[in-house]
Design a protein around this ligand. Structure first.
Ligand code: T3D
Length: 265
């Protein structure tokens, strides 16, 4: 039997998913798309999993679409390939899955993240990167535009000037510059990456998951709202969360000066 191309490891409430095609810097094949989506769906469905870490095996995080995947090119000339269909079939569900996870997803970027690999990383809720890691909007190098949600995310994270600069040049951005640009949460020493990711995921796992997922939703939605509409969304969301177990528990724990035990999803 061939080895899984996405490894799954559970440690308490934290599930770590490791992209596992190190010889090609964990580039996405059809099989890896299938396994990653299934693994994210399974994590979302498992009430005991309260945070997810996404990382890569070997020296890379993910080099984007596997440009040599036989399933992609076996139909003949590259020109015959419907790249739009690849996006619809694989990257749309992946981006939408990440943005609708009921628990936080932490990317632990261990090495180069290129093309769709970079945009899957920054599509996670919080991104930690090893100091030696890098981010490359490699699309322009092969005649494409940023995908996997990158055209939406990049200008929101780093502003138009830097988004266009990164996407047009396809230049490598170091992890330190990625942190400075606001593309990622933090850059850490290489040896500290996985411990830092586990500490962050464990902290998030102990927090009110439903409120965290709603935090992502209101922040993302606010980008297309007026201030008045955003305040309405806040009020509607607080109304719902105000009826939740976790809100009652959070307030009770604060008053009793004890740690809260959250359980909503
Ligand atoms: O259908 C569609 O294409 C639509 C979807 C598009 C989404 C996308 O993601 S488009 C962008 C695709 N990705 C790229 O263009 C990046 C290609 N890779 C690179 O530019 C470089 O590999 C890196 C800058 C990422 C890393 O460079 P370096 O020097 O550290 O490593 P390397 O020697 O280039 O790569 C190591 C191995 O991984 C090498 O294999 P080998 O020679 O040792 O057998 C290389 O071929 C392989 N590899 C790297 N990236 C890919 C790949 N194999 C297949 N697909 C890749 N994307």
């Amino acid at each position: 039997m061939s080895e899984a191309v996405v490894l799954v490891h559970q440690q308490g409430p934290v599930r770590t998913l490791t992209l596992n095609r190190p010889a090609s810097l964990n580039a996405f094949t059809t099989a890896m798309h299938g396994e990653l989506l299934a693994a994210l769906d399974a994590a979302a469905a498992d009430a005991a999993t309260r945070a997810v870490i996404l990382t890569g095996a070997g020296r890379g995080f993910c080099a984007g679409q596997d440009l040599m995947d036989p399933a992609m090119v076996s139909t003949g000339a590259v020109a015959e390939l419907d790249v739009g269909a690849v996006i619809e079939r694989h990257y749309r569900p992946l981006a939408q899955r990440l943005f609708s996870m009921p628990v936080p997803v932490v990317a632990a970027v261990n090495g180069v993240a290129a093309g769709a690999g970079a945009n899957v990383a920054i599509g996670c809720d919080m991104v930690l990167a090893a100091r030696s890691a890098s981010f490359i909007q490699a699309f322009s190098r092969i005649g494409l535009v940023p995908d996997a949600g990158g055209s939406w995310l990049l200008p929101r994270l780093v502003g138009r000037a830097r988004a266009i600069g990164l996407a047009m040049t396809g230049d490598k951005l170091s992890a330190e510059d990625a942190e400075r640009f606001g593309l990622i949460w933090k850059c850490v020493d290489d040896a500290a990456l996985m411990d830092s990711a586990m500490a962050l995921a464990t902290k998030l796992a102990a927090m009110p998951s439903r409120a965290l997922a709603e935090t992502r939703r209101v922040i993302d939605t606010s980008m297309k709202l007026s201030l008045s509409e955003a305040v309405t969304l806040e009020a509607d969301t607080q109304r719902e969360l105000g009826r939740s177990h976790d809100f009652a528990e959070g307030v009770a724990a604060f008053i009793a000066k004890r740690p809260a035990v959250f359980k909503d999803r």
